[in-house]
Every structure is written in C-alpha cells, then in structure tokens.
Design a protein around this ligand. Sequence first.
Ligand SMILES: *[C@@H]1O[C@H](CO)[C@@H](O)[C@H](O)[C@H]1NC(C)=O
Ligand SMILES: *[C@@H]1O[C@H](CO)[C@@H](O)[C@H](O)[C@H]1NC(C)=O
Ligand SMILES: *[C@@H]1O[C@H](CO)[C@@H](O)[C@H](O)[C@H]1NC(C)=O
Ligand SMILES: *[C@@H]1O[C@H](CO)[C@@H](O)[C@H](O)[C@H]1NC(C)=O
Length: 306
Amino acid sequence: MYDFEMIDLATVEIAFFFFLFPFLFSLSSRGRFGQVHKCVENSSGLTLAAKVIKARSQKEKEIVKNEIQVMNNLDHANLIQLYAAYESRNDIILVLEYVGGGELFDRIIDENYTLMELDAVVFIRQICEGLQHMHKMYILHLDLKPENILCVSRVTNKIKIIDFGLARIYKPREKLRVNFGTPEFLAPEVINYDFVSFNTDMWSLGVITYMILSGLCPFLGDDDNQTLNNILACQWNFEEQEFVETSKEAKDFISRLLIVNKSWRMGAAEALRHPWLSDSVLHHHLYTKKTMCRSRRSSCVPMTDS
Ligand SMILES: *[C@@H]1O[C@H](CO)[C@@H](O)[C@H](O)[C@H]1NC(C)=O
Ligand SMILES: *[C@@H]1O[C@H](CO)[C@@H](O)[C@H](O)[C@H]1NC(C)=O
Ligand SMILES: *[C@@H]1O[C@H](CO)[C@@H](O)[C@H](O)[C@H]1NC(C)=O
Ligand SMILES: *[C@@H]1O[C@H](CO)[C@@H](O)[C@H](O)[C@H]1NC(C)=O
C-alpha cells in the first residue's frame, strides 16, 4: 500500500496544488481506498503522506470526516498521526505522518528476514500500547490486521497502526453493531452482529500474534464460509509444527485473547502486564535461546491491491 512509484509531477491533478499549496508532491502509489502520495511540506521540508479519498456524496464525506474526528483524538507514537486535511468537491485529502518501512505482513512473510520471538514481543507490545491509548480515548479500531500495521523503517522494529477508516468512538450505552472487515480477522461478536467493545480489538490482536509467531492464520478455512464457521466455533490450536519452539508464555498470551466471550479476554492494559510482554527474565531467555518465529511459509495471503 505504501510502496511508492515515481510519477511525473504533471500527472498530479491541479486541484491538489490548489488545496495543498504548502506541499510539493513527488511520488505516488495506489492504496486500497484511494491514492497515497508522498509529499514534502515546503516550509519545513517534512516528508508526509497524502491519502486522497474519493468522497462525492454527503454520506461518503461523513464517513471520511468520522476518520478525521477519530484521528484528531489520537496522539501516540504507535498510531499514525494526522497532520492536516483538505476537502475538495470530489475528494478529501488526509495529510499524514509518512511511514516508509512497509507493512508488518511483508516482514512476516519475507524469507530473508529472520524473525525471532523477541521481535514478535516488541511488535505486539507496541500494538498493545497503541490500542491501550485508543481505548483510553474510547476509540475502537475494529479493523486491526497485519496490513494495517506499518514498520517505521526497514532497520528498526518500530511500528505504527494505520487506517482508522472503520474506527468508532465507543459510547457505553450505544448499541454499536458492525459487519465489515476481512473474514480471517473478524471477532465472533462481529460475525454474530452482536455488540462490539474494546475487547473486539483484542481478539484481532490474538489473531495477529498467532500469525507473527507462526505465519499461519488460526481460523483460515477453504472458503470464507468455513473461516467464519471456524471463528464462531473458536476452532484453533497450536498443533502445527510452527509452534514447536514457541514459548509457553506466548501460547498463554494468545489463549487469553482468542476467547469467544469478549468479557473473558484480556484488555490492553492486562495484556501489557502479561509475562510474555513484561517479563524481562523471559525476554533474556528468548534472546539467548534465539527462539525463532516459525518456518518460512505462510497460509495467509492477504488480498492484493487492485
Ligand atoms: C512550494 O513549492 C512549489 C514548487 O517549488 C511552489 O510552486 C509553491 O509555490 C511552493 N509553495 C509555497 C507555499 O511556498
Ligand atoms: C531474498 O533474497 C534473494 C537474494 O538476495 C532475492 O532474490 C529474493 O527476492 C529475496 N526475497 C524476498 C522476499 O525479498
Ligand atoms: C455456508 O455454511 C452454511 C452453514 O454453516 C451453509 O448452510 C451454506 O450453504 C454455506 N454456504 C456456502 C456458500 O458454502
Ligand atoms: C460472557 O461472560 C459474562 C461474564 O461471565 C456473562 O455475563 C455473559 O453472559 C457471557 N456472554 C455470553 C454470550 O455467553
């Protein structure tokens, strides 16, 4: 999504310059929900990303404005920051912090990149910290998946959660129901069209943790129908050989998230206190033992952009 390719400046619509005169565009790429351009702010020299979202009708604009409202409430190192937003007749342009290290998913499946269990700890802890902040602000992400987690650079393990397009402000007395998202990452309450809450994001965190450690999708079936049935039956296990080396703390961590009843799942704060994320003796042990994440194959192929 954030792999930029060079484009001729002349191909950027004039309207962009009209609305975004402080920014000089240089590169562009197509994303799932619109185009993302790399741009530089003239005055500061700061590199930023401009996400151009087609929004013609009032309703489409409201959806994007929801995303803007959500992002305006979020200020955290592990959540992508909104820098500015512009509206034209047919588009809304979000100017975002530029995150150039690629999707976490690509890191997971890259056979040239050795992923240790300790790397997984570092990734998951940051996701958890981002979630803790969101939840403190009463915001649910509701679309947490590896494609929505970007690495800051190729050389560090810093990550940022992106794409708040489906995020919602949680109102305790509001009966918030959603029915969207990628099948493999949907929580049972979402499939059941039941109430969602903070722990809906925690289910997704459990799926992501399982994936990072093994390269496998815990619920993936032969088709979407089977995947959904596996999720509703909470049918998953650690039987695959990818989990032979995995620490028992990592398995315990996942077991406390992939629970059908959301009241029984760990919340973000509790997850951060879990030994897998917090026990430095364990981390030292993982470091010296060089516990690896899985063999290099993946059952989870994300949907390709087109
Ligand atoms: C930003 O840079 C572009 C290209 O150099 C220039 O055309 C534009 O006027 C500049 N905008 C501002 C606000 O300085
Ligand atoms: C891994 O490295 C080899 C040799 O440098 C390269 O041909 C291959 O494309 C790389 N694979 C990935 C997934 O980057
Ligand atoms: C999906 O599963 C349900 C029952 O679980 C079944 O009735 C339905 O025919 C299935 N649909 C497809 C397309 O396989
Ligand atoms: C989930 O657990 C809570 C607390 O034990 C309980 O009150 C609730 O009825 C359970 N929900 C379902 C759907 O089983």
